[in-house]
Write a protein that binds this ligand. Structure first.
Ligand code: R5P
Length: 319
């Protein structure tokens, strides 16, 4: 591997060590040694247990539950790497938390996605590597380079084996319709869009209308994440009312708060496909749930960033 920036080093916090290990397998390097733990007083402590002086350090840490602890671990690890004289520090954040608090859309509310960006930069991150931000504009909250990867080709590739003559892709809401259009185009099937409404700040989503023809057709729903499952379960009801056939569902980020995974499994959804940007234990639900790994994608992106190669070239699509 070309050493563009000094020797490569991949470290992990406690959020998703199995993903970090898979990334290292792809890169054919050992996972860097670090200890990350809490003192009895709840203060997080980090010690990087190998030399990182002038090295190109990548710290893998999605903002999964417990979100604030995992974010704090990441900030402290960045600080530790900077103070150990790392040459460059990249925060690898497969799932960027607080991304849905990205605008001041009511009086006296914060823009927490921006605050998190400021915290990462203040801690000393030189770059960010992430996957499918809730809103691409979050890249602009940073004054350091952000590489946003997409898991879309991984998900499309999985469903490309499905018979497509009776299939439609369904965007779960208008916000995701552009990405859903990409999925539909790649699968060469029509697109339908659900008009969704959320009342206030609670998590209850209501699917109002299905725009497009799904009657008698199998459908593949697409969204960036499932959190409480409110959006998808409400969409399933609307699709059934509209006469849809089998319902398949894919998302990049399986947040699955509370009992939402169980609710999904008990729903008419035939198969649910997501990636491992967040740790997920599918437990007894594995016959209905498929998890595809983003480790090769992140590993290849790290290889390219480290070697000064194009990351965009990973996503060139020639219909
Ligand atoms: C919302 O705008 C997103 O695209 C997802 O639809 C949303 O985050 C899913 O949340 P939940 O599963 O709680 O409805």
């Amino acid at each position: 591997m070309t050493d563009f920036m000094g020797e490569l080093c991949v470290l992990s916090g406690n959020a998703h060590q199995s993903l970090a290990s898979k990334i290292c397998e792809y890169l054919k390097i050992p996972l860097g040694q670090a200890e990350v733990f809490k003192f009895p007083n709840d203060n997080t402590f980090v010690r990087i247990k190998e030399n990182v002086r002038e090295r190109d350090v990548f710290i893998v840490q999605p903002m999964s539950v417990p979100v604030n602890d995992n974010l704090m671990e990441l900030l402290i690890m960045i600080d530790a790497a900077k103070r150990a004289s790392a040459g460059r520090v990249t925060a690898v954040i497969p799932y960027y938390g607080y991304a849905r608090t990205d605008k001041k859309d009511q009086p006296r509310v914060p823009i927490t996605a921006r605050l998190v960006a400021d915290l990462l930069t203040a801690a000393g991150a030189n770059r960010i590597l992430t996957v499918d931000l809730h809103a691409g504009q979050i890249q602009g909250f940073f004054n350091i380079p952000v590489d946003e990867l997409t898991a879309l080709p991984i998900l499309v590739d999985y469903f490309s084996q499905m018979p497509s003559e009776n299939l439609s892709v369904v965007a779960i809401d208008i916000g995701i319709s552009k990405k859903a259009r990409d999925v539909a185009e790649r699968l060469k099937v029509p697109l339908a869009i659900i008009e969704k409404r959320r009342q206030g700040n609670d998590s209850n989503a209501q699917s109002l209308n299905v725009i497009g023809d799904v009657k008698g057709r199998d459908v593949l729903t697409f969204d960036d994440e499932i959190d409480t499952g409110g959006s998808i379960l409400s969409a399933v009801d609307a699709l059934k009312v509209a006469g849809a056939g089998d319902i398949y569902c894919c998302v990049t980020h399986p947040v699955f708060s509370g009992s939402s995974l169980e609710k999904m499994v008990d729903s008419p959804i035939r198969e649910f496909v997501a990636t491992d940007t967040l740790p997920i234990d599918v437990g007894q639900c594995d016959s209905k749930v498929t998890i595809l790994s983003v480790a090769p994608l992140l590993g290849e992106a790290i290889h390219r960033i480290h070697g000064g190669l194009s990351v965009g070239a990973l996503f060139e699509y020639h219909g």
